[in-house]
Design a protein around this ligand. Structure first.
Ligand code: CTP
Length: 425
């Protein structure tokens, strides 16, 4: 793998905290990362964090390190410059070629490809000045990633949200490694061509009344990463999306659902004839016995409120415990168990109980697992054996899981790997 010297410029917007995820993913991918934050960026994220995550010293001052001519040295040495987030102001400065800080100098002194991830309020993004600046940068060969559409810092939402770190990192590396990275990527990509992969992602919600629901903290990121990875490897992907908190991936057939019963119906339909079903969604095991037509008022129950819940169907178990020739079933187990061996045991028991072919176990907790861009999992296969361990961005974990899926499908279910007649020309 090529080890790149990458400069990550961070400018002063609230999305600066997410830039830490960009730096971390680049470091985990084996690159040498030098962070150049603006003064504004350091109001949102601290220098020690950036130094610890990048494993390199972090400088902002133009007049520090003059003897080593730092203001040009960083840019000259770079193979790639990524700016995340790029504020409207920093885009304007870049378009005008201003060099009043270390990041501006670094950019002017560099011939490396530049990839920027804009982040700002919708009005600023749509402003003619910003539009013109973005066009200028584009015409100079700068790659613009995003912005995504979604919830912004205030109550507003629309285009302006910084793209997710995974997406930025992928676009940035592809920009510089170009065809090479695509070939590297396609070494095993394409191995799901002609396959139908169904992925459930997110978390179900069970309504109590028109304004309230019982839900869970699943963001949907790992499931989306699996859908994206399967699509990259050539699969036709049906994504059953339960209340996703992140942008939906492109190129997938998306079915939106909210409750467990809706998820069950969508999975049952999509799973027919599917080669792989991945149940990454966090499914509510119980739902309120009745849903109030009107908002529940507190006057109705002065001394507290007792909810009666009924069991939901277990979607994975009903698929797994029925014959499913030619369909590989992948379940997830989200567990809070701290001890590794006991965690694996819970995974083994869950795999057996649900009749899954593979079970991906990950530890969750108040601070682990959910909205993070990274994950650490083990995959339990036949006879309860640990068949893979994966650690890294949710996208790289997704590919590691799919590696096992492909290997398993090849040995266990030839129907899932031999192109179907109708699909061969
Ligand atoms: N699952 C499902 N239907 C349910 C509950 C879970 O299909 N009603 C699936 C999930 O999508 C996941 C796997 O089963 O792939 C395990 O989910 P998890 O929440 O870890 O397990 P539970 O069966 O809910 O067991 P428990 O909460 O008791 O650990």
């Amino acid at each position: 793998m090529t080890r790149l010297n990458i400069v990550v410029g961070i400018t002063g917007g609230i999305a600066a905290y997410k830039a830490v995820g960009v730096v971390r993913a680049l470091v985990l991918a084996g690159h040498d990362v030098h962070v150049v934050p603006t003064e504004g960026a350091l109001r949102f994220v601290g220098r020690p964090t950036l130094e610890a995550i990048s494993r390199n010293p972090v400088h902002t001052e133009l007049y520090e390190g003059v003897a080593e001519v730092r203001h040009v040295a960083i840019g000259q040495a770079a193979d790639l410059i990524v700016i995340a987030p790029a504020t409207a102001n920093s885009i304007a400065k870049l378009a005008a070629g201003l060099a009043d800080d270390l990041l501006g100098n670094t950019l002017l002194a560099s011939e490396a490809p530049v990839v920027i991830a804009p982040a700002m309020h919708t009005e600023m993004w749509r402003h003619p000045a910003t539009r013109a600046n973005v066009e200028t940068l584009r015409s100079r060969g700068v790659t613009i990633v995003g912005p995504a559409v979604g919830q912004l810092t205030g109550a507003d939402s629309g285009p302006g949200r910084m793209e997710e770190p995974d997406v930025i990192v992928r676009a940035a590396l592809e920009r510089v490694l170009g065809e090479a990275s695509k070939h590297e990527a396609s070494a095993h990509r394409g191995d799901l061509a002609g396959r139908h992969v169904v992925v459930s992602a997110g978390g179900t919600r069970e309504p109590l009344d028109p304004v309230r629901f019982l839900g869970n903290r699943s963001s949907g990121k790992q499931g989306i990463a699996i859908a994206e990875a399967a699509r990259e490897r050539g699969a036709h992907v049906t994504l059953i999306a339960a209340n996703l908190e992140v942008a939906e991936p492109e190129g997938c057939d998306i079915r939106r659902v909210s409750t467990t019963l809706e998820l069950q119906a969508a999975v049952a339909e999509a799973a027919q004839g599917a080669d792989v079903v991945v149940m990454a969604a966090a499914v509510a095991d119980y739902r309120p016995a009745s849903v109030s037509e009107a908002k529940i008022k507190k006057e109705q129950s002065d001394d507290g409120l007792t909810l009666e819940l009924v069991r939901n169907p277990d979607i994975l178990a009903s698929l797994g415990n029925a014959p499913h020739p030619g369909t590989l079933l992948v379940g997830f187990a989200a567990e809070t168990e701290a001890d590794d061996e006991r965690l694996f045991e819970l995974g083994r028991a869950k795999r057996e109980a649900k009749g899954a072919d593979l079970l991906v176990v990950n530890r969750v907790g108040w601070n682990e697992g959910f909205a993070s861009d990274e994950n650490r999992v083990v995959v339990i296969g036949d006879g309860g054996a640990v068949v893979a361990r994966a650690d890294g961005t949710k996208l790289s974990v997704a590919h590691d899981i799919l590696d096992v899926v492909v290997a398993q499908a090849t040995t266990a279910a030839p129907a899932a790997t031999t192109p179907k007649e109708s699909e061969t020309e």
